[in-house]
Design a protein around this ligand. Structure first.
Ligand SMILES: [Zn+2]
Ligand SMILES: [Zn+2]
Ligand SMILES: [Zn+2]
Ligand SMILES: [Zn+2]
Ligand SMILES: [Zn+2]
Ligand SMILES: [Zn+2]
Ligand SMILES: [Zn+2]
Ligand SMILES: [Zn+2]
Length: 745
């Protein structure tokens, strides 16, 4: 079944889940925007103190802030003197009232855009605070940016658990775990604390009052200097309380001596309960009680109503001795007897013995104490009737790492009265607890800033240890360190404190900003100016990837200008890439290299000159032209051409030169007329085909003579006389043409 409060918190968690999912889904701005964060221990124990640190995501552009830290004053205690500013600002103020810690800030100009510690404070959780979750609600009351507009800065809740204070100190109380006894026997129960770092408390011991009676209560060294109140008159219980202002040195609380009242065989518990132990800081010291099992042995030698010779033992912590006192009850009528006190030599070493009375003869024989036997003999001339302390024997105990019980037995023989009549005595030994004693080696642990110092005592035999001599923690020895702003390449921090002794620090590192890169395009170098490759520089620091490319220098090409007759020479240097140039290496003008030219006489058509000079290298000249004379003309009349002779137009010639405007007109040639051929007859001439000229008497006519008759004779029939004709002629005509050569037609 779930308790009601648990049901409530389950419901509250469910409600929180709903709320947070709504918040997350509906306030994306708040997630992205500026805000406060805070951190502290996840868990603080009731009554303890811790620090809470409050950060802001960014102070960039923030001009003022007013922050309130709300908390539950019933659970948490704050001191304004334990609240520390950590932010760099022009002004701040802090105050504390009614569960509200207030920090207000003014910033001249905005701060870092990375998370910045604003302030921190120490708080103490009340010892009575209920365990569970509690929180600081850190609210932004006011926030303005540098333009004095409201700035959006969200608050936060810083939760932590209050853990229940567990008992930080424990102690134990020790006594015998078992005890043997028998009728009339006495035994001691010594109670010791495991620590002496207790100022007050009380114990109650309970026992079976039908089996045991309380004989005595002896305060132990633990109670030295303490105010003790004890009550031993109660039936079946013993009560003791104590209080003091300072711790004592001892650990032994008290010793109770009981006597066994019945001759039975049984066992019974004697228990101690411890309550309300407090140390000097009022811390409750947890201490469980303890019990002793007392075994009562039936004594079959016990004779009812007979007197006894019995032993009582005790341990003296201061002297570290066990004392055994042998007593004789009244009315024993002892006259003679030999006695042996037997003891365990592994637990007790005989030291000395002292006679308690002086009968007629009393001999103590300690020759066999090495074997655990102390013998003594008594002879009395008269019956002993008084009660007496017979012998007090002192032993040195041999301690172990646990309490050890050792049993001493007493035996008697030859018991008679002074008249040598046998008598009966109840002779009883005793048992004694030898408290544990460790072989402690002490180690001192010095206090540190946060933890107290103490001395550890550890047993070299069994390893048991305890701690005492506690001293308080030193607290931190704070050294203040100023804030350092982060740079592009180096981390910074808010103002913080460290401890000179330990590694405590409120240091909060601020990450390096990284460079704010500005890109630069490449520039080629020129003849006279440097260039660079593409590079980046930082707007905040001198970081750069700039690599200078040196200027090229001019690439001069030399051009030599030779000197002329009239002008000097020089060398011109012009840069192949730019307009840069200069001139040097001047040389003198050469002067003219003169060549002489003779004069030339005048003609009709050509210019003439006087004698003159020119220069072989340049166009220098003293030449002066004289114009031509012109022709001295003679007129000639025209002549027409004929068939066979040339003609000309009227023309001029020069009397001084062969100048002429003569233009020859060619011969006309014949204008031929055709004539057919005419064969000759016997009586008439003939001619070949021929041509004649219509303009002149030119003719190709060639006459063919008459043929004459070709006579044939005939005998006288008709008498005929013969006839004769002359020979044919050819006429040829030719002409001659002046200044020309011509062929005959
Ligand atoms: Zn030990
Ligand atoms: Zn420290
Ligand atoms: Zn930089
Ligand atoms: Zn140049
Ligand atoms: Zn010249
Ligand atoms: Zn002429
Ligand atoms: Zn003819
Ligand atoms: Zn003609």
């Amino acid at each position: 079944m779930i308790p009601k409060s648990a049901q409530l918190s389950v419901a509250a968690i469910a409600l929180l889940c709903v709320c947070s999912s709504v918040l997350l889904s509906s306030s994306a701005d708040a997630v992205d925007g500026n805000g406060l964060t805070a951190s502290t221990e996840s868990s603080v124990i009731q009554g303890n103190s811790a620090y809470c640190y409050v950060y802001i995501e960014s102070l960039e552009d923030i001009a003022s802030l007013d922050i309130q830290v709300h908390y539950d004053t019933e659970m948490i205690d704050l001191d304004i003197n334990n609240a520390y500013n950590s932010a760099s600002c022009s002004m701040y103020d802090s105050s504390l009232s009614n569960g509200c810690l207030n920090f207000s800030y003014l910033f001249d100009d905005g701060g870092s855009d990375s998370q910045t510690l604003l302030f921190y404070f120490m708080y103490t959780v009340s010892s009575e605070a209920a365990p569970g979750t509690t929180y600081f609600d850190i609210l932004v009351n006011e926030a303005y940016d540098q333009s004095l507009d409201p700035a959006d800065v969200s608050g936060c809740r810083c939760s932590f658990d209050i853990a229940e204070r567990t008992v930080t100190k424990n102690c134990s109380i020790y006594t015998n775990s078992t005890q043997s006894t028998s009728i009339d026997g006495t035994f001691d129960l010594s109670y010791s604390f495991s620590t002496n770092q207790i100022l007050s408390g009380s114990v109650t011991v309970t026992y079976d009052s039908e089996l045991f009676e309380l004989v005595s209560l002896t305060n132990g060294s633990f109670l030295d200097g303490k105010t003790v109140d004890s009550n031993t008159s109660l039936t079946g219980s013993v009560y003791l309380s104590f209080v003091s202002l300072e711790y004592g040195n001892g650990y032994d609380l008290m010793t109770l001596r009981f006597r066994t009242l019945q001759n039975v065989s049984t066992s019974s518990q004697i228990s101690i309960v411890v309550s309300e132990l407090y140390d000097d800081e009022l811390n409750l010291v947890q201490c469980n009680g303890c019990s002793t099992t007392v075994n009562i042995a039936y004594d079959n030698t016990y004779v009812e109503d007979k007197p006894a010779m019995y032993c009582e033992s005790s341990y003296d912590a201061q002297a570290d001795t066990v004392t055994v006192q042998i007593n004789l009850e009244a009315n024993s009528h002892l006259g003679a007897g030999d006695f042996i006190l037997n003891f365990d030599t592994s637990k007790l070493t005989y030291s000395e013995s002292t006679k308690g009375f002086s009968p007629s003869f009393f001999n103590v024989n300690d020759k066999e104490v090495g074997e655990g036997k102390l013998k003594f003999s008594i002879i009395s001339m008269e019956d002993i009737v008084a009660s007496n302390t017979v012998l007090t024997v002192v032993f040195t105990p041999i301690h172990a790492c646990t309490d050890a019980e050792t049993t001493l037995t007493l035996t008697g023989s030859g018991l008679t009265d002074s008249m040598t009549e046998a008598i009966i005595l109840n002779i009883r030994g005793t048992s004694q607890t030898i408290p544990l004693r460790h072989s402690y080696v002490d180690t001192v642990t010095e206090p540190t800033c946060t933890s107290g110092g103490y001395t550890t005592h550890e047993c070299s035999v069994c390893g048991h240890s305890y701690v005492d001599s506690q001293v308080d923690a030193l607290g931190h020895d704070l050294i203040h360190h100023d804030a350092k702003a982060p740079t592009c390449t180096e981390v910074g921090w808010d103002a913080y404190d460290t401890c000179s002794r330990c590694d405590f620090t409120t240091y909060h590192e601020l990450a390096a900003l990284g460079h704010d890169l500005v890109h630069h395009d490449a520039k080629s170098p020129t003849c006279t100016e440097v260039g660079w490759n593409t590079c980046d520089t930082c707007s905040r620091c001198d970081y750069t990837t700039y690599q200078e490319i040196p200027s090229l220098g001019h690439d001069y090409v030399a051009t030599v200008t030779q000197p002329t007759c009239t002008e000097g020479g020089y060398t011109t240097h012009v840069c192949s890439r730019c307009t840069g140039s200069y001139v040097d290496t001047y040389t003198d003008a050469l002067g003219h290299d003169l060549i002489h030219h003779d004069a030339k006489a005048s003609t009709c058509t050509e210019v003439s000159w006087e004698a003159y000079d020119t220069c072989s290298r340049c166009d220098y000249s003293t030449y002066q032209e004289i114009v031509a004379l012109g022709h001295d003309l003679i007129h000639h009349d025209a002549k027409s051409p004929t068939c066979t002779e040339i003609g000309w137009d009227a023309y001029d010639t020069c009397s001084r030169c062969d100048y002429t405007t003569y233009h020859e007109l060619v011969a006309l040639g014949h204008n031929l007329v055709h004539h057919d051929a005419q064969s000759p007859t016997c009586t008439e001439i003939g001619w070949e085909e021929y041509y004649t000229c219509s303009r002149c008497d030119y003719s190709t006519y060639l006459e063919i003579p008459v043929l004459g008759h070709d006579l044939i004779h005939h005998d006288a029939k008709h008498p005929h006389a013969p006839k004769w004709v002359g020979m044919p002629t050819i006429r040829v005509q030719g002409v001659t043409i002046p200044h020309t050569m011509s062929l005959p037609y």
